[in-house]
Ligand binder design. Structure first.
Ligand code: DUT
Ligand code: MG
Length: 153
């Protein structure tokens, strides 16, 4: 499969040795796991949120792309470790360190180990809108119906 070249900067010397460089876990993986680039294990108390560095920055450069940081399902479902911002959106012009807002939404403390895979990064296509202001829309079947307007069954 052809892959998109993406510029990456390694901001921490441990990446590539003590902390693995991100890679797709399988050929069909949509996400690259991001690892906690912390100096020591970090405990998130119930309800606590902390911003965790990844030791990496990327420069997507192309405005028709973005990256999303998403929770890992195992951590989220089994341990309640999700993202403080629910989803992280990485702009194509962002050049700073990739940061993961980790939220322990469970009722038990959770310790993130050095190099632990805490979230995943997915590259996604983006279409920027050019707003065309109109006074009326052409009629659609739905119109302004929403929020359950089509029923539940
Ligand atoms: O989970 C995240 C979310 C964002 N970012 C970085 C990349 C992104 O391009 C930048 C800004 O994110 P966003 O636009 O979501 O935040 P904002 O609160 O609107 O900040 P800004 O005013 O800088 O756009 O922060 C991360 O590193 N991790
Ligand atoms: Mg913003």
């Amino acid at each position: 499969m052809s892959k998109k070249n993406l510029q990456v900067r390694i901001l921490d010397d441990r990446i590539g040795s003590q902390i693995a460089f991100p890679e797709y876990a399988t050929e069909g993986s949509a996400g690259l796991d991001l690892r906690a680039c912390v100096d020591q294990p970090l405990t998130l108390m119930p309800g606590e949120t902390q911003l965790i560095p990844t030791g990496l920055s990327i420069y997507i450069a192309d405005p028709s792309l973005a990256a999303m940081i998403l929770p890992r399902s195992g951590l989220g479902h089994k341990h309640g470790i999700v993202l403080g911002n629910l989803v992280g959106l990485i702009d194509s012009d962002y050049q700073g360190e990739l940061m993961v807002s980790c939220w322990n939404r469970s009722s038990t403390a959770f310790t993130v180990d050095v190099g632990e895979r805490i979230a995943q990064l997915v590259l996604v296509p983006v279409i920027q809108a050019n707003f065309e202001v109109v006074s009326e829309f052409d009629a659609s079947v739905r119109g302004d119906g929403g929020f359950g307007s089509t029923g539940t069954r």
